[in-house]
Design a protein around this ligand. Structure first.
Ligand code: NBP
Length: 488
């Protein structure tokens, strides 16, 4: 290995596990000199002698040596376990850094931690960037989707490296652009993961209708998904679903059918749902997708319930199969539109609260390649934000207005079919309920307000005088004193 101790490296990376090693090799491939460091220092030499052999990658055996090897302003990324390891490394690095140096956290950190670290490091005159990295090991090696946010002064220094190593969308555009300030990068990555939960749940619901309702074989379903991948649903997840449906175990039987139906989760879908509740945004589809995983993991209880609880007498589909396939394609497409619209609503709310100045068109562009939710459809979202930067909701974009309007008959029909067959479709149906709720000028919330005022004197507003809170003594008993008005 090189013993050079002068500042020669364009970029430093700390964390030599799967993500770090692959990202370093990717950066090296693009002509940048990288210096590697790791808590367990022996891994540095192992990496240099093996995976990084015959590259221009260099290593360091201490934080001091690592910092000394970086060109100014120093650019260093942490790819270590999310949580206290990030804070620990920041504290270890700080005494060796100078004003204007850049620390990037590329791990799966919670955006609130990123916001906190951004504020702390800004006070120390260090430029902090929280960067969502999507695409797993393969993405890190050959092109991830990168979602950097934090101190915008860092971006001009990072842009040439990040855009070189990022995945490229089909039109060649890099799947990396500046997301916004503070914790924006990790927030956007979190919403990306939540949307991924939603897309996966939608596909799973359609698979169950095909399997249990229609009785299609896995190969027959594989053919339908392959066909869908040529249309509006064209995406990585539809593509891998086709492969999964067609995949045979060593005995020639579909492997999929042998897999236990209890879904795991690592938490980013849950974080998205929690922040949706925190910010009062109706991100219902991701919420249902998280709960559907929770329900799936109650496997033993469900098996008992399957024997105790009755379903409909007819649970086999006997209608027009070709029409059902078309309806389900439209139902999935329209539900996806709702899910993305909800995700962008959540980002807009957080952006307003934290003053992140989120760049919505770029976010759609960043998701077009290198990540799990990559799809042709994201190009349409990008176009919608290009046409109107201040788009209130994706559903107001003429393209998506038309798409949901065209899809709605099939969407409604598919949900009716599933409901009559007793097949659960939480994501498909919550999307439709949201659509109907969103396009309803007068919802029944007046009843809720009246009830709240009746039992708790919580007050209500009249349509004729919004902002003016009134209390009625509904029963003639009790007094006219009302509770303070508040929004929960
Ligand atoms: P891991 O998440 O498994 O973390 C391993 C690294 O963290 C090693 O360098 C390890 O050092 C270091 N580390 C740990 Br563990 N505890 C530490 C501590 N207390 N102080 C300092 N260093 C510590 O690695 P990964 O799977 O490569 O992921 C890296 C980051 O990227 C994570 O935040 C992860 O969530 C995120 N991410 C992962 C993927 C993926 O597909 N794996 C995708 C996107 C993002 P050691 O060698 O000394 O133990």
């Amino acid at each position: 290995m090189s013993s050079d101790t002068t500042a020669v490296a364009d970029f430093g990376l700390i964390g030599l596990a799967v993500m770090g090693q692959n990202l370093i090799l990717n950066i090296n491939d693009h002509g940048f000199k990288v210096c590697a460091f790791n808590r367990t220092v022996a891994k540095v030499d192992h990496f240099l002698d093996n995976e990084a052999k015959d590259t221009q990658i260099i290593g360091a055996h201490s934080v001091e040596e690592f910092v000394a090897k970086l060109k100014r302003p120093r650019k260093m990324m942490l790819l270590v376990k999310a949580g206290s390891a990030v804070d620990k490394f920041i504290e270890t690095l700080l005494p060796h850094l100078e004003e204007g140096d850049i620390i990037i956290d590329g791990g799966n950190s919670n955006y609130a931690d990123t916001q906190r670290r951004y504020e702390y490091l800004t006070s120390k005159r260090i430029l902090f960037v929280g960067c969502g990295v999507s695409g797993g090991e393969e993405g890190a090696r050959y092109g991830p989707s990168l979602m950097p946010g934090g101190n915008p002064k860092a971006w001009p220094h990072l842009k040439p490296i990040f855009q070189a190593i990022a995945a490229k969308a089909p039109d060649g555009a890099p799947c990396c652009d500046w997301v916004g300030e503070g914790g924006a990068g990790h927030f956007v990555k979190m919403v990306h993961n939540g949307i991924e939960y939603g897309d996966m749940q939608l596909i799973s619901e359609v698979y169950q209708i095909f399997r249990d309702g229609v009785g299609y074989t896995n190969d027959e379903q594989g053919d339908i998904f392959a066909e869908w991948n040529k249309g509006v649903l064209d995406s990585f997840l539809i593509e891998i679903t086709t492969d999964i449906l067609r995949f045979k175990d060593t005995d020639g039987q579909p492997l999929l059918e042998k897999i236990r139906d209890a879904a795991g989760q690592k938490g980013t879908g849950k974080w998205t749902a929690i922040s949706a509740l925190d910010y009062g945004m109706p991100v219902t589809l991701i919420g249902e997708a998280v709960f559907a995983r929770c329900l799936s993991s109650l496997k033993d209880e469900r098996v008992r319930a399957s024997k105790a609880l009755a379903g409909p007498s007819n649970c086999k589909f006997t209608g027009d199969k070709a029409k059902l396939i078309k309806d389900l394609e439209q139902a999935m497409y329209a539900s996806k539109i709702i899910s993305y619209a909800q995700g962008f609503m959540l980002m807009r709310e957080a952006s307003t609260l934290y003053k992140w100045n989120l760049n919505y068109g770029s976010i759609a562009l960043m998701w077009r390649g290198g990540c799990i939710i990559r799809s042709a459809f994201l190009g349409d979202i990008k176009n919608a934000f290009d046409a109107d930067k201040n788009l209130e909701s994706l559903l107001f974009a003429p393209f998506f207005q038309k798409a949901t309007s065209t899809a709605q008959d099939g969407w409604r029909s598919a949900i009716c079919t599933a409901t009559m067959l007793g097949i659960p479709v939480p994501a498909l149906s919550t999307a439709l309920s949201f659509y109907d709720g969103y396009r309803t000028a007068r919802l029944p919330a007046n009843m809720i307000q009246a009830q709240r005022d009746y039992f708790g004197a919580h007050t209500y507003e009249l349509e004729s005088s919004p902002g003016n809170y009134l209390h009625t003594n509904w029963t003639g008993r009790g007094g006219n004193v009302h509770a303070s008005t508040y929004d929960a």
